[in-house]
Design a protein around this ligand. Structure first.
Ligand SMILES: [Zn+2]
Length: 121
């Protein structure tokens, strides 16, 4: 995808610049407009590349956070009282079915997949 976008930018620039030179030979104003149009035509591609970079950064951040949450969960699970309190807190949001492993929506008391009842500890 990234390589495709970069190729599109290059094709746009090459085509636009060559076309603008051809126009410039006939009419200076049209040539200048061609160059300006060429420059503007690549802006959406560059913005898309930037957005893709931002998404990659966010993905990396999410992975780091997921790792930290996993480590915290491991630490919490070693202390039964804290594990119980955290399970109650988490159950307000989403919960994982102990029978089939499906993740269920907040506020539900039965598994949407297998119908098992949620047992809050
Ligand atoms: Zn289930």
């Amino acid at each position: 995808m990234r390589k495709c976008l970069i190729a599109m930018i290059i094709i746009n620039l090459l085509g636009g610049v060559l076309g603008s030179f051809a126009l410039l030979a006939q009419n200076v104003l049209l040539g200048v407009l061609g160059f300006v149009g060429t420059a503007l035509s690549v802006v959406p591609y560059i913005a898309l590349l930037q957005a893709m970079d931002d998404i990659e950064d966010l993905r990396a951040s999410v992975q780091v956070l997921q790792g930290r949450i996993y480590q915290m969960r491991q630490a919490v699970d070693t202390v039964p009282e804290v594990k119980t309190a955290l399970d109650k807190q988490v159950s307000r949001h989403v919960w994982t079915c102990p029978r089939c492993g499906a993740v269920n929506k907040a506020g539900t008391h039965e598994c949407e997949s297998c119908g098992a009842r949620y047992e809050s500890a």
